[in-house]
Design a protein around this ligand. Structure first.
Ligand code: NDP
Length: 295
């Protein structure tokens, strides 16, 4: 059997970012609106600093305004809430994103609950989750919506397809399952208590891995020809004492069974920031009563 098509997340993300940039230029020209994204970083976690820097750069490149607010690791919950309230009230800000994870003394749910749902570009507020589940216009979590872009490119007709989502987090697994359900797939959600996970996976035309366990999903768990979307990002020891990134799927085994598969890195990862820009653009339009952009 031929090797699987490698799904190029970098190219798809570049395409989405360019499309968002075009809509932003149009919004400016026709309505004098520049969408703005505000990112709040609490503490000095190195990975979060990299994410925030990359988000700021991508926001500028798309022609949007980028605002960054840094609070010390010792900031109190009241201080973070005050920052969120200020951004909720700021007309120049269309998207508010508090970089997760937050230091342990801060209640993440309280911060998410305090974010204006119309500016909740991470799509984590219960109002947006409720809208997603009930099929109303929502701001959808970024990684799941990025996965759907990749899936649709390779499986244009999703109706009636069997999909399995391995992982049930609020951030990834559950929203992806909702999006697949809305696209008329027959969806199984698997998790750490699922019996015969390999057997469940083998039935799926579309397999989404969002577990956080390096190469847990083996090649012989995959239905021949299936589309495999690997959300996992795991750092493991590599050659020469260096570390490397691997997904939740054993890529070298899966590539000879699947029909299409995302590599790690270069698959789902790049779609997340592109989807964040898309959400910010959507929020900017909806807040002004304009039609959703065609991106
Ligand atoms: P969580 O840790 O929040 O959730 C992991 C899920 O996997 C849980 O539902 C858990 O089940 C399930 N699980 C754990 N072990 C097993 C097992 N042995 N068999 C079946 N299911 C299992 O992780 P996230 O959803 O936040 O992230 C998942 C992965 O995606 C991580 O590697 C993360 O780094 C990556 N990620 C990548 C992003 C990107 O931009 N590409 C963005 C966000 C995340 P249970 O609920 O029963 O505990």
């Amino acid at each position: 059997m031929a090797e699987a098509v490698r799904i190029d997340g970098k190219a798809a993300a570049a395409e989405l970012r360019a499309s968002v940039g075009g809509c932003v230029a149009d919004l400016k020209a026709r309505h004098g609106v520049t969408p703005g994204l505000a990112v709040v970083l609490v503490g000095d976690d190195p990975a979060s600093q990299v994410y925030v820097r990359n988000k700021g750069k991508a926001t500028h490149e798309a022609g949007m305004a980028s605002f960054e607010f840094r609070l010390s690791a010792g900031a109190t919950q009241a201080e973070v809430l005050a920052q969120v309230a200020a951004l909720n009230a700021d007309a120049a800000v269309d998207g508010v994103l508090v970089q997760l994870p937050l230091p342990g003394h801060i209640d993440e749910t309280a911060i998410i609950d305090a974010t204006d749902p119309e500016k909740d570009v991470d799509g984590l507020h219960v109002a947006n989750i409720g809208r997603l589940v009930t099929g109303r216009p929502a701001l959808v979590p970024c990684t799941p919506s990025g996965c759907m872009v990749l899936i649709r490119k390779h499986v244009p007709d999703l109706v009636g397809k069997r999909a399995i989502v391995v992982g049930r987090s609020h951030l990834v697994g559950k929203p992806i399952a909702q999006l697949l359900l809305a696209a008329h797939c027959t969806v199984t959600i698997a998790h750490s208590r699922t019996r015969d996970l390999a057997g469940e996976c083998r039935r799926a035309d579309i397999l989404i891995a969002a577990v956080g366990k390096p190469e847990m999903i083996r090649g012989d768990w995959i239905k021949p020809g299936a589309t495999v979307i690997d959300v996992g990002i795991n750092r493991v020891p590599g050659e020469g004492g260096k570390s490397k990134l691997v997904g939740d799927v054993a890529f070298d085994e899966a590539v000879s069974v699947a029909g299409a598969i995302t590599p790690v890195p270069g698959g789902v990862g790049p779609m997340t920031i592109a989807s964040l820009l898309r959400n910010t653009l959507i929020a900017a339009c909806r807040r002004r009563g304009l039609a959703d952009p065609d991106v």
